[in-house]
Design a protein around this ligand. Structure first.
Ligand SMILES: *[C@@H]1O[C@H](CO)[C@@H](O)[C@H](O)[C@H]1NC(C)=O
Length: 269
């Protein structure tokens, strides 16, 4: 994992000023990443591209309602234990071969974390980065119903275990918090509305390293920690983790659109 992450960081650093990079064809697998019930593909704004924003005029032309006004309410902050005060920040996301962007909520009605190039749209978070692992909690512009971020077992994953040799994945989203050190717990999350089921989640999923690089962690059902890759899927404009990038692409490549390595960096405000 370290190698993979390192490689993607190096690649990102090398190409931050150029969007052109050789990325292997990633359309082999045709399995679907989610049941596509609540958000039909047609409404997914899939044509919006990596980071592009739609104006309300464009949305109306496409028969969609206007975008919800940006919320900036601070009332979502509810850290449950904090050895030192959580500090505010945004998450900078660098997709392999693209310019850095930010984690934000771009969908007006069914909130999910997407990526945007606009800093002023970035979700504001707080985190106590002195503990490890730690939670990252949205304070504004996030997913109001689930301010605590975490990962949510993918609907098509055969289990909540992310391992080398498995295409299983878990979405980055808003979750009902779990205790530190917890194995996956099936409880409500921002993907429950899409899936119609409460898939297993974890919230103490972040560690921080040199350059404020955020590394995700996920405890499997047997208590083991798997090496993880953070992946951006262009079709969903969303981020997930998997234990095996190549297997993931082989299984879900076509539905994911372009699947690329992405790095998250904690950017204090
Ligand atoms: C945001 O992410 C959700 C979940 O993947 C996706 O359905 C939606 O189309 C994305 N919205 C935008 C504007 O990219």
């Amino acid at each position: 994992m370290a190698l993979r992450l390192l490689r993607s960081i190096v690649v990102s650093l090398l190409v931050t000023s150029a969007v052109v990079i050789a990325v292997p064809t990633q359309t082999s697998g045709a399995a679907l990443l989610d049941p596509q019930v609540a958000i039909p593909l047609a409404q997914r704004d899939a044509s919006a591209g990596l980071y592009s924003r739609e104006s309300n005029a464009e949305r109306l032309r496409r028969g969609l309602g206007p975008k919800a006004p940006t919320r900036r309410s601070p009332n979502a902050l509810r850290p449950r234990q904090s050895p030192s005060p959580p500090t505010p920040g945004v998450i900078t996301a660098t997709v392999q071969g693209a310019l850095p962007g930010f984690v934000a909520v771009e969908h007006p009605t069914v909130p999910h974390y997407n990526l945007t190039s606009a800093f002023d749209r970035a979700t504001r978070f707080v985190a106590d980065t002195s503990s490890s692992p730690f939670e990252i909690i949205a304070t504004s512009g996030g997913i109001d119903a689930f301010p605590t971020t975490g990962f949510i077992k993918g609907f098509a994953s055969s289990s909540a275990d992310l391992t080398t040799g498995s295409s299983n994945y878990a979405w980055f989203g808003g979750v009902t918090p779990t205790p530190p050190g917890s194995r996956p717990v099936a409880q409500p999350s921002s993907w429950s509305v899409v899936y119609g089921t409460n898939e297993p989640v974890e919230s103490f999923v972040w560690t921080i390293g040199a350059g404020n690089l955020l590394t995700p962690q996920w405890i499997n059902t047997d208590g083991s920690l798997a090496p993880l890759t953070l992946v951006f899927t262009s079709r969903y404009n969303s981020v997930l983790i998997t234990g095996d990038f190549d297997k993931f692409v082989a299984e879900y490549g076509a539905d994911a659109g372009e699947a690329r390595h992405v790095t998250f960096t904690w950017t204090p405000l």
